[in-house]
Structures are given as structure tokens and as C-alpha cells.
Design a protein around this ligand. Structure first.
Ligand SMILES: *Cc1c(COP(=O)(O)O)cnc(C)c1O
Length: 386
């Protein structure tokens, strides 16, 4: 029997508590019983996003919420800046162009963070920009973008800051209102520890004002309609009922185990341990200067096909990690360490990668990666003072 481990940046493993909640008989959504769950989830989502705005659940994967962010706040012909430093940045540009927007891409080397000066520059050179679209954590390159610094440029202007938080919300602290993010989206299958299929989105007052003027067509993802229903503890159409129950279970589980701050601390330690382990086994990091705590990208040694390594890991060893996307295909591996991930998931990932590297004939010395990680992982069990 091959025991399987899912150690990718998403989908991520789902804790038993959430699986069981989702397996419960389906409630009818126009009932007080469902409304009660909906209210608890609404409160939990507000805390998670760091906002007093409604956080609207959508029945889609994260990309549906990305598209809703565009179609609800912008109009055909609007000029937008897109931070393009990976597969998901490219997705923003594709969505924008699909809807007839004039998307100006800010090119960022894959694996690097955008320099806020590039954005300040572009805002000066292109008057009339309506929005900046970016990732907080660009999962395809495992780089972290400085959203807080970009928000300083947009906060007191008419420019909307639209952020894909799909591997940042629930990974580290997001303070949407305080930072000045205008539209924030996330999806269920990354740090939120649910299967794929639910997205969450929130709009600032500035974004709601833009929504009232935006003329792009929308029906299912009409957020003004969603907000009206939300005020009555409901959704405009049949919600993903079992996902809402699953999300309630996740919020309860997190609250029982020290709240989100404990989750963020765990993610930071797992990420640091993974990076140290990868370096100790002689691998180069893909995003050394701005690593995301969501996932760690590592270059495979010269002459080694990362796709082959990923296949060996998955089919022979039983460990699923992610390979590279777009121009990084065949060159890198991405090790996820968010959500229902802990100390020994990092050890499994690093041990498996070392074994695979040995199998493919590199000169790796086995044991160095996990040993370096263990030193960092001990922090997890140090008693917190105060
Ligand atoms: C996973 C991911 C997406 C894509 O979300 P889907 O749920 O596959 O639609 C978009 N952006 C980022 C940053 C992601 O990590």
C-alpha cells in the first residue's frame, strides 16, 4: 500500500473536522438553521480578512472571484495596471483583456517581488489608471509582493487596489481595511483547508462606490445582489451549502487551537524550515529575496527534469508536490506548507525530495535537508512567554 501525502500549495489536505462537517446531511439554505451557520461564517470571514465589510461567499474556485472583482468594479476601456511576475499575474491580465480593459503589465522577473517604485512610475506615466491588480503571494513563483507598500500609493486616490489573496489570506495576517486593499479575494483549497469550490470576496467602500458605476455585464457574480442577500444571512442563489458548513468547522478548529495568530506563526516556521532544509541539501531557492510563506520553490540541479522528479515523488514515493507552471515548467518544484500542514509534513517533503534526487543520480547527501529543518522546527514547541 502506498500512503499518499498531498504537500502542494493547493489543493491542500482537509482536516477531518471539516470533512465530517461537509459530509453531514445537506441543510436547506432558506432556514434559520442555515442562517445561524451563515452568520458564524460571516463573522469568521470578517476576522480572517481584517475587514468590517461583508465577505461574500461565491460558489466557484478562486478564479471566479478574480473575474467578479474585475466585472463588478470596472468598465470596458478602463485602463488598469497589472503586476505580472508569474502565472497568476498573467491571469489578471487575461481576465482584464477578456472584458475589454486596457491592461498595462508591469513586468517582474519570475521569482522576484514587484518594486513599488515601478508602480509609482507607471501611475505617473499612465494617467487615468483605474486600478492596480496584483497577487499578494504569487504561488507560481513562490514570491511575496509588497501589497502594503503598493497600498500607500493607491489608498488616498481614486485608484482601486485589487488583490488576489488566494495564498495569502489565512497564510499570514491580512488587514484589508487598515492596509487599504479595495478588493480582496481568496479560495477554499489553499490555507482555508477545504476542498476547491468556494471563493470569498470583499470590497472596500471605495470599491462599492466603483461597483455602482461599473458597467461590465454580470449576472451570477453580481456582488451588489450578493450583498443584499448577505444582509439577510443568505445568498442570491443556492449557496455551496456543504462548504459553508465546512468553513464553520474550520473557523471553530482554528479558534480552538490558538486562533489565526497561531496559524500564522506555524506557517512562518514551516516556511523557514523548508527553506533551510532546501538550502542544506544544496538546492537554490526560486524566490530568495522575497519568499512567500505559502510555498517554497526550488530549482532542480542542472540536467534534472523537475517534471520527472515530481512524477517519481508522486507515483513511486507517494508524495505530491507541485512542479513549475508556464516558463518554469520542468525546472522547479514547489513545496506547499499551508493549511493542514505541520512539522512532519515538512520532514516528509524534504526527505522525499532528497530520496528522489538520489534516485536521479545527483550527489545529494541524504539527511542534511531534514536535519537543517529540524533545527528550525523545534521553535514550534518552545513555550510562548507572556
Ligand atoms: C491557486 C491560485 C489561483 C487559482 O485559483 P483557482 O482556485 O484554481 O481558480 C489564483 N491565484 C493564486 C495566487 C493561487 O494560488
Amino acid at each position: 500500500m502506498l500512503k499518499r501525502y498531498l504537500l502542494a500549495p493547493g489543493p491542500t489536505p482537509v482536516p477531518h473536522e471539516a470533512l465530517l462537517a461537509m459530509a453531514a446531511p445537506v441543510l436547506h439554505h432558506r432556514t434559520p438553521q442555515f442562517a445561524e451557520i451563515f452568520r458564524k461564517v460571516a463573522a469568521g470571514s470578517r476576522e480572517l480578512f481584517g475587514t468590517r465589510q461583508p465577505v461574500l461567499p461565491l460558489a466557484s474556485s478562486g478564479t471566479g472571484a478574480m473575474e467578479a472583482a474585475v466585472t463588478n468594479t470596472l468598465s470596458a476601456g478602463d485602463r488598469v495596471l497589472v503586476v505580472s511576475g508569474g502565472k497568476f499575474g498573467e491571469r489578471w491580465a487575461e481576465i482584464a483583456r477578456t472584458h475589454g480593459l486596457d491592461a498595462i503589465e508591469i513586468e517582474v522577473e519570475w521569482g522576484c517581488a514587484v518594486d513599488p517604485d515601478q508602480i509609482a512610475d507607471a501611475l505617473r506615466r499612465h494617467p487615468g489608471v483605474r486600478a492596480v491588480l496584483m497577487q499578494h503571494s504569487e504561488t507560481s513563483t513562490t514570491a511575496l509582493h509588497p501589497v502594503e507598500r503598493v497600498a500607500e500609493l493607491t489608498r488616498d486616490t481614486d485608484v482601486l487596489l485589487i488583490v488576489d489573496g488566494i495564498t495569502s489570506v489565512g497564510v499570514f495576517e491580512t488587514r484589508m481595511d487598515e492596509v487599504g486593499i479595495d478588493v480582496l479575494v481568496t479560495g477554499s483549497q489553499k490555507a482555508i483547508m477545504l476542498p476547491p469550490g468556494l471563493a470569498l470576496i470583499a470590497l472596500s467602500d471605495k470599491a462599492w462606490a466603483a461597483a455602482a458605476k461599473s458597467t461590465l455585464p454580470r449576472y451570477y457574480f453580481d456582488l451588489a445582489k450578493a450583498r443584499e442577500s448577505f444582509a439577510e444571512d443568505s445568498t442570491a442563489y443556492t449557496p455551496a451549502i456543504s462548504f459553508i458548513s465546512g468553513l464553520e468547522a474550520v473557523y471553530r478548529l482554528v479558534a480552538e487551537q490558538g486562533g489565526w495568530p497561531a496559524v500564522y506563526r506555524r506557517h512562518a516556521i514551516l516556511a523557514e524550515a523548508t527553506r533551510r532544509g532546501a538550502l542544506a541539501m544544496g538546492l537554490r531557492l526560486l524566490a530568495p529575496s522575497a519568499p512567500s510563506p505559502a510555498a517554497t520553490g526550488v530549482w532542480m540541479p542542472e540536467g534534472i527534469d523537475a517534471g520527472e522528479v515530481a512524477r517519481y515523488l508522486r507515483d513511486v514515493i507517494g508524495v505530491t508536490v507541485a512542479g513549475g507552471q508556464g516558463k518554469l515548467k520542468g525546472k522547479i518544484l514547489r513545496l506547499g506548507h499551508i493549511g493542514y500542514a505541520d512539522t512532519f509534513d515538512v520532514i516528509v517533503a524534504l526527505t522525499a525530495v532528497e530520496m528522489a534526487l538520489k534516485h536521479f543520480g545527483t550527489g545529494v547527501v541524504m539527511g542534511r535537508g531534514p536535519a537543517a529543518a529540524q533545527e528550525v522546527l523545534l521553535q514550534m514547541y518552545q513555550v510562548q512567554e507572556g
